[in-house]
Design a protein around this ligand. Structure first.
Ligand code: RB5
Length: 151
């Protein structure tokens, strides 16, 4: 799978680890920055990854900042993006199963490397359940067009 990944300074080290893990298990990873631990602004990297997913240049995206929260807020401004902040394996699996999340937002500061990997595995391998959840996704898509202007 082609996965776009981005972080700010607070997620930089974790991003490096995640790229190593994803590459090892056979995914094609596109690193959209940041590229050092120098302080930077998470919306700049949320924009790059969310744009890639929105334009279908990547099938999925992973965003890492201090908490994952700011990344999700920014990424969810993009059409077709469903970015989920998850904190454990169950919520990561449910983000796929119920919400068809195409971007996973992780904390670089408050979860371990191993937990992050387990969450990514669960998110990637869990299929979308469809059915009533599809109807709800459709309603989110309607909100995208009725609530704000889109580029
Ligand atoms: C940076 O200090 C921090 O605010 C940022 O990484 C993130 O946690 C925001 O949501």
């Amino acid at each position: 799978m082609k996965i776009a990944i981005g972080s700010d300074h607070a997620g930089f080290q974790r991003k490096k680890e995640v790229i190593g893990f994803l590459t090892k298990v056979g995914h094609r990873v596109v690193d959209l920055g940041c590229y050092s631990e120098d302080s930077c602004d998470y919306p700049d990297y949320a924009r790059k990854v969310a744009r890639a997913v929105s334009l279908e240049r990547a099938e999925r995206g992973i965003l890492i900042c201090g908490t994952g929260i700011g990344m999700a807020m920014a990424a969810n401004k993009f059409k077709g993006v469903r970015a989920a902040v998850c904190w454990n394996v169950k919520t990561a699996a449910l983000a796929s199963e119920h919400n068809q999340a195409n971007i996973l937002c992780l904390s670089g500061r408050f979860i371990s490397t191993l937990l992050g990997e387990k969450m990514i595995r669960a998110w990637l391998k869990t299929p979308f359940a469809g059915g009533r959840h599809q109807r709800r996704i459709k309603k989110i898509e309607i909100l995208e067009t009725t609530c704000k202007q889109q580029k």
